[in-house]
Design a protein around this ligand. Structure first.
Ligand SMILES: [Zn+2]
Length: 111
């Protein structure tokens, strides 16, 4: 399952999902709230790994402001009023797809 690429990425701001169509013809809907909470940047990782139970965790913005392509392997998701640094790689989306079969929309495979 390694090395798949998206053929289309669209944000549905009404349903708060990011839809990725993969090159195997499968479309997957990723909830904004999940993606923003899973922001892979260094400072969000640090915040999630902080063992201090009394620390106030800032609520994450899950309003998607922009999708910025990063090379041919990732996108930078800009959360409005939230984190601007998260680089979400295809590998990350691919493993989320494997973990969340309920997000898979439909397969347009003809064979
Ligand atoms: Zn972040």
């Amino acid at each position: 399952m390694a090395g798949m690429n998206p053929t289309a990425i669209t944000a549905d701001k009404k349903r708060h999902t990011l839809t990725i169509r993969w090159d195997d013809g499968v479309s997957v809907q990723y909830p904004f709230g999940y993606l923003s909470a899973a922001c892979p940047c260094a400072s969000c990782n640090e915040e999630r790994n902080d063992p201090n139970p009394l620390k106030l965790i800032k609520p994450k913005s899950s309003v998607l402001g922009a999708i910025v392509p990063v090379g041919s392997y990732a996108v930078n998701l800009i959360w409005e009023g939230g984190c601007h640094n998260g680089i979400y790689s295809w590998a990350m989306f691919e493993s989320l797809r494997a973990q969340h079969p309920e997000w898979v929309l439909a397969s347009q495979k003809t064979s």
